[in-house]
Design a binder for this molecule. Structure first.
Ligand code: PBG
Length: 331
């Protein structure tokens, strides 16, 4: 037997013990970096499970308040609220009605948790329109960018008035951040920030979310959300949003777009704008389904997923696992 060449350089040394691995770990994952998305359903008297998102429910106003308190107690620093109205119409009136479900829920949560959480609200029409698109439509059925901007401006004013700390425009209309910033400032809401869904892709992984909000969408969002084949335009979208006044920019989805996330984080790192990533419904459902079948080990898979998103450049992660992950990180 010939003598083997013994390696001089041994990367395994830094992996020998848990203490050694912790000592040299590059990426941190803390509860304060996680934001919990929550759904609230108008008129609901019981929380309604969402079958494609095991463990996630459409809350009643009452259970939403409890969930927000729980989030704060778990060490999370933010919640993102989505409303499901009883009635939908062509222009999404429920989104701008101060008594509409999302707006009353924002006020509820703010009253409940005060400054303990950053209260964020989805600023989009799709939950409120009967056609399910993120904007209003032209006579021939196309999404009308500029008419939609007026609806977003109104929605921003209402959400800020009821106490949202960060509004989250997610409709991918051109110019939405500028219009919202202007509307907020004109109404005196100088401290209400904008978490812009800047690089948002048309994705098959939103499927479970559409069940979560009882979406009536037929067709797709490809005329406004980005094409999965593109990466460079994400940098353009993010820079446009920063120019228009975005306080935080977001990449969405997360897992199938970790390359985009890294690219965006590199591009805006020097500008000092925090980058968020949305670990979306389909990403959640994949892990939950595989774990339910006994095909993967659920808790390590959750932590690995969230760590990967942080490693790729996210400062903040929106995830349906936020509460549970906070518990796992404490143990
Ligand atoms: C739009 C919005 C969507 C999600 C968040 N905001 C759906 C869409 O663009 O189709 C998806 C979140 C998820 O899938 O978890 N209001």
């Amino acid at each position: 037997m010939s003598e083997i060449d013994r390696p001089v350089l041994r990367p395994r040394r830094l992996r020998t013990t848990p203490a050694m691995r912790d000592l040299v770990a590059e990426t941190t994952l803390r509860p304060a970096q996680l934001v919990l998305p929550l759904f609230v359903r108008e008129g609901a008297t019981e929380p309604t499970p969402i079958s494609s998102m095991p463990g996630v429910v459409q809350h009643t106003r009452e259970t939403l308040r409890k969930a927000a308190t729980e989030a704060a107690e778990a060490g999370l620093r933010g919640v993102m609220l989505f409303g499901i109205p009883e009635a939908k119409d062509a222009v999404g009136s429920g989104g701008t009605d101060p008594d509409g479900i999302l707006n009353v829920a924002i006020a509820d949560v703010v009253a409940e948790v005060g400054d303990a959480l950053v209260v964020m609200s989805d600023l989009c029409l799709d939950e409120f329109t009967d056609h399910g698109h993120c904007g209003v439509l032209t006579a021939d059925g196309r999404v009308d960018n500029d008419a939609t901007l007026e609806r977003y401006a109104e929605m921003a004013r209402v959400q800020a008035a009821v106490g949202a700390n960060l509004v989250g425009p997610s409709g991918m209309m051109d110019g939405q951040v500028a219009v919202i910033r202007e509307a907020l400032d004109a109404a005196g809401h100088l401290d209400t920030g904008i978490l812009a869904y800047s690089a948002k892709y048309a994705s098959a992984f939103y499927g479970p979310f559409r069940e979560a909000v009882d979406s009536s969408l037929e067709g797709d969002r490809r005329t406004y959300q980005q094409d999965a084949r593109n990466s460079r335009e994400s940098v353009r979208e993010v820079l446009l949003d920063i120019e228009q006044g975005a306080d935080i920019v977001m990449v969405k989805p997360a897992l199938p777009y970790l390359d985009v996330l890294r690219r965006v984080a590199d591009a805006v790192g020097e500008l000092g704008v925090p980058v968020a990533a949305y670990n979306i419904s389909g990403e959640y459902a994949m892990v939950e389904a595989a774990a339910a079948n006994g095909w993967i080990d659920r808790e390590p898979a959750i932590l690995e997923t969230l760590t990967a998103i942080r490693r790729a450049g996210a400062d903040v992660i929106l995830t349906y696992w936020a509460l549970e992950a906070a518990g796992l990180l404490r143990d």
